[in-house]
Design a binder for this molecule. Structure first.
Ligand code: PLP
Length: 322
């Protein structure tokens, strides 16, 4: 069951590791006399890509998770009847289904890239040897790989219907262009009054943000807490010259995993209930639907009616409430 691998692509001019990798592949082919099995196609461009997506059987993409930005080439391959074999990263997290192709691993997160490479390469070789190549060579009496064709067809059907420029344009238009236009009109009317106010507010916020402190009150309750109970949480927020109109204080909470990391985190807004000088007491309740160990932390986000997105790179310090 012979296989031919065709490599193509370009390393970014400043990506020395990428360039070295390409060199090592070319040397490997020369040193092992593998020119009939492995080919490196130079000068990848839209024309070379066009021949590739029309001519190959499998589109192999092995990014190191989570660095694949999207992976559009896999979508182009799919509509040309090529079956994708890729790490669950970028678009393939959404595009992969059992009948549209193959997934290398199951989207695990690794802290050590060498360990990740070793495990995922093993998974890739297993898939190639046990599933991909045998399926390709499994032909019926008239010489057709029926099961391969079934997979090819459902890949064309499902991926072509979901990953296309119609959807891209609609989503860009609705999510970004239209809302950006509305926002632009809102900010520029009345001689850009709102834009001027927003700029002044952002300047104030940027100056004041480092003075914000949150003191989280860890109310240790003596009584048992049952699944389904609510747990009260208080935060003392030192807002300096800012007020609750400028910031949203939230609790981020969820069940803890074995590494004490919050999983499936939820967010709840807090309410200011008391004001002493430049300090505000915020309160809320978190619901604990399941049994287990929960963790929570507090955060402050900028708040303004004309702010397009609350995620600004200002981080408050969190201290223990003494
Ligand atoms: C599709 C395409 C790309 C993008 O490829 P990805 O695998 O999505 O990064 C780059 N260059 C050319 C010429 C292409 O046709």
């Amino acid at each position: 069951m012979p296989v031919q691998i065709i490599y193509s692509g370009k390393a970014h001019p400043q990506d020395n590791d990428g360039k070295e990798l390409i060199k090592s592949i070319i040397h490997f082919i020369q040193d092992h006399n593998l020119r009939n099995h492995i080919v490196f196609l130079e000068d990848y461009d839209i024309n070379v890509a066009r021949y590739l997506v029309q001519g190959v059987d499998v589109w192999l993409n092995t990014p190191r998770r989570p660095f694949e930005a999207s992976g559009t080439s896999g979508m182009k391959a799919a509509v040309n009847g090529v079956i994708n074999l890729s790490v669950l990263d970028g678009w393939w997290c959404e595009g992969y289904q059992q009948d549209t192709g193959w997934a290398i691993g199951s989207g695990e997160i690794y802290t050590n890239p060498e360990e990740q490479d070793s495990i995922e390469s093993e998974a890739l070789y297993n898939l190639l040897e046990k599933e991909v190549i045998p399926l390709y060579y499994k032909i019926d009496r008239v010489g057709l790989p029926r099961e391969w064709i079934v997979k090819m067809k459902s890949s064309i059907k499902k991926i072509g219907a979901t990953f296309n420029t119609h959807r891209m344009l609609i989503e860009y238009t609705e999510k970004f262009y239209l809302s950006a236009t509305r926002e632009g009109q809102n900010l520029s009317k009345d001689s850009a009054l709102k834009a001027k106010n927003l700029v002044a507010w952002r300047k104030k916020l940027k100056e004041r943000w480092p003075q914000i402190y949150l003191y989280v009150d860890e109310i240790v309750s003596e009584k048992d807490i049952y699944a389904g109970d609510k747990y009260p949480v208080r935060v003392k927020a030192h807002l300096d010259t800012l007020t609750p109109d400028d910031v949203t204080i939230q609790i981020y909470y969820g069940l803890l995993d074995i590494h004490d990391q919050i999983t499936d985190g939820q967010v709840v807004d807090m309410k200011p209930v008391e004001n002493i000088g430049d300090e505000y007491i915020y309160q809320t309740e978190i619901s604990l639907p399941a049994s287990g160990r929960y963790g929570f932390t507090a955060r402050a986000l900028p708040k303004h009616p004309d702010l397009i997105h609350p995620l600004h790179p200002f981080t408050p310090l969190i201290k223990t409430w003494e």
